[in-house]
Write a protein that binds this ligand. Structure first.
Ligand code: QUE
Length: 356
């Protein structure tokens, strides 16, 4: 990696604050995401520090459980630090673009096999890479303030961080809807989709946190969360479940769009309108990744994600998407190709062929 970039990326850049805070509190190892200005977007140093802490706490007899939370009210985590990927691309730093995805996906896997309860408190925005550091863990807590989603098709990327694993385990075609359309859902919806395990009130979070500090085992955590959590209530996804299953069961984006066009209600029309803004390549790539990873173990999904990510950084749309949404903020990406019909099966196939 370019040394100047490494220095820039070092963990102390924002007002001298560390981007990851950690402490041992009671029996818990606590990780606090602390990059508020970037909505806790996961930088490479953050990914490395979380990995280091988890590896250290794995065999530490003081630690019964791990808690991951945010230091700010708005966001749990808005995603990966795609801005740094954009910068690395500008500087021609291929090593950085390999390292950040590789180490992020490795962390996702470590979380999935973690031998102690791994509890994420998703009170606020939890998107993209933010789901990679939460949904692979054993206990996934949402609140009435949670906004959850995989928005990558909107920046010319694809639902990564093992989304082919957790989205393919949602009921019916909910996972396809979430991964392709990039729409966000509420905490209640996340519970219905099986993405979250418990819902508690945001105001109850400090109490739940304090109770968790006494937990020594998975059984303790289950008991504490069961006591604190509310039951499943009616939710938006439940209301539109039939429509989602009807329209998103196909193996091509063209068929999905045709199905949406045949629906008379306003929701299907709103989805169609929203999809026009997404990268045509990403729409097809997202669907291809979801269909190909169905039933695969997480390890294989993440290996495929890495492969596809490295093709994305060789192509146009990802950087154009980051530019339009996060750098220039004109919200007007010029996708190439710009038409769905110009994205050929061969082009999508190319993302799955290992290079070198
Ligand atoms: C799609 C994404 C991301 C996104 C917006 C999308 C993403 C991500 C961020 C983000 C948000 C605020 C920040 C920041 C990054 O936005 O992954 O640095 O300050 O990290 O439409 O996938």
């Amino acid at each position: 990696m370019d040394f100047s970039l490494a220095l820039e990326q070092a963990s102390f850049r924002e007002s001298g604050e560390q981007e990851i805070l950690s402490k041992v509190d009671g029996h818990a190892g606590v990780i606090t995401l602390n990059r508020p200005k970037a909505l806790n977007a996961l930088s490479l140093p953050m990914i490395r520090e979380i990995t280091r802490l988890l590896m250290g706490w794995k065999d530490d007899p003081r630690i019964g459980v791990v808690i991951v939370q945010s230091s700010n009210e708005r966001a749990f985590c808005a995603g990966g630090d795609v801005r740094s990927v954009y910068e690395a691309h500008r500087k021609g730093d291929q090593d950085f673009m390999a390292a950040i995805f590789q180490e992020e996906y490795l962390l996702n896997f470590i979380i999935s096999i973690y031998p102690k309860p791994y509890i994420s408190l998703m009170d606020g925005i939890a998107l993209g890479g933010g789901l990679g550091i939460s949904l692979h863990g054993s206990h996934r807590i949402v609140t009435e303030r949670t906004t959850m989603g995989m928005p990558e098709t909107g920046i010319g990327f694809f639902p990564d961080v093992g989304a082919g694993y957790f989205l393919n385990r949602c009921p019916g075609e909910i996972g396809t809807y979430l991964g392709v359309m990039g729409e966000s859902i509420s905490g209640e919806d996340a519970l219905y989709a099986g993405l979250a395990t418990h819902r508690v009130g945001s105001a109850e979070m400090p109490t739940v946190y304090r109770s968790l500090l006494r937990a020594r085992s998975t059984g303790d955590v289950d008991d504490i969360l069961q006591d604190a959590a509310g039951g499943q209530q009616d939710c938006w996804l439940q209301t539109y479940r039939d429509l989602i299953d009807r329209c998103f069961s196909f193996s091509s984006i063209e068929e999905i769009f045709k199905a949406l066009q045949q629906e008379s209600g306003p929701i299907a029309q709103a989805w169609l309108k929203g999809s026009i803004k997404k990268s045509p390549t990403s729409l097809k790539l997202a669907l291809a990744v979801l269909r190909r990873t169905k039933g695969l173990p997480l390890k294989e999904v993440l290996a495929l994600d890495f492969q596809v990510s490295q093709q994305c950084v060789k192509n146009h749309d990802f950087f154009e998407g980051i530019r339009a949404v996060l750098v220039d903020k004109d919200q007007a990406p010029l996708w190439k190709p710009s038409q769905l019909s110009d994205v050929t099966p061969e082009m999508i196939e190319g993302y799955f062929i290992p290079s070198e």
